[in-house]
Design a binder for this molecule. Structure first.
Ligand SMILES: Cc1cc2nc3c(=O)[nH]c(=O)nc-3n(C[C@H](O)[C@H](O)[C@H](O)COP(=O)(O)OP(=O)(O)OC[C@H]3O[C@@H](n4cnc5c(N)ncnc54)[C@H](O)[C@@H]3O)c2cc1C
Length: 148
């Protein structure tokens, strides 16, 4: 019986696992490596790591959490969660069964794109959803704003 399962090993899930690990909790982080920002090459605005590649940030985060002996990470998808009396049962894509007292969902967001033909060719390189993340790199250039 684990103390916590964290579903999602992006910045949010890894941060949660770090704090739980430091509290001596037995934790498994599950991640199927499908981050929202996987199309982008640089992540901005996070102090000390401005401009880092998102995958490098994730690797550094993994190193941080795996220093704690009660924390581990599984690179697979969680497909099912069932509530039992006073705990949860989780089933992964490989059919593995895990039991835990708590489940922390850190599965991120999914962007819903407007219906613009060819949008996917530019997304993450010159077309972005967050001006705070990528606006500086596009500064002083002609701008198109798409609303739907
Ligand atoms: C193009 C683009 C550029 C961006 N640039 C920046 C930036 O410069 N700076 C910034 O701060 N933010 C940026 N963002 C936002 C960035 O995506 C978020 O800040 C960050 O990814 C949020 O982290 P998260 O852990 O909440 O979610 P995510 O990073 O999306 O992580 C969620 C994880 O959960 C996993 N997951 C989901 N469901 C399951 C499941 N059932 N089982 C197992 N694993 C699962 C996914 O595979 C994923 O790895 C950008 C986003 C986009 C789209």
């Amino acid at each position: 019986m684990l103390d916590s399962i964290v579903i999602g090993g992006g910045p949010a899930g890894l941060s949660a696992a770090l704090v739980l690990g430091r509290a001596g909790k037995r934790v498994v982080v599950f991640d199927d490596d499908n981050a929202r920002n996987k199309v982008t090459h640089e992540s901005h605005g996070f102090l000390t790591r401005d401009g880092i590649h998102p995958s490098e940030l994730k690797e550094l985060g993994k190193k941080d959490i795996l220093k704690y002996p009660t924390v581990s990470m599984e690179m697979q998808r969680v497909n099912e969660i069932h509530r039992e009396n006073n705990h949860y049962q989780l089933i992964t894509e490989n059919g593995d069964l895990y039991q835990t007292k708590k489940v922390l969902l850190a599965t991120g967001l999914k962007d819903v794109f407007p219906h613009v033909e060819g949008l996917d060719k530019f997304y993450g390189s010159s077309l972005f959803s967050c001006p705070f993340c990528d606006g500086w790199e596009m500064r002083d250039q002609a701008l198109v704003v798409i609303f739907e």
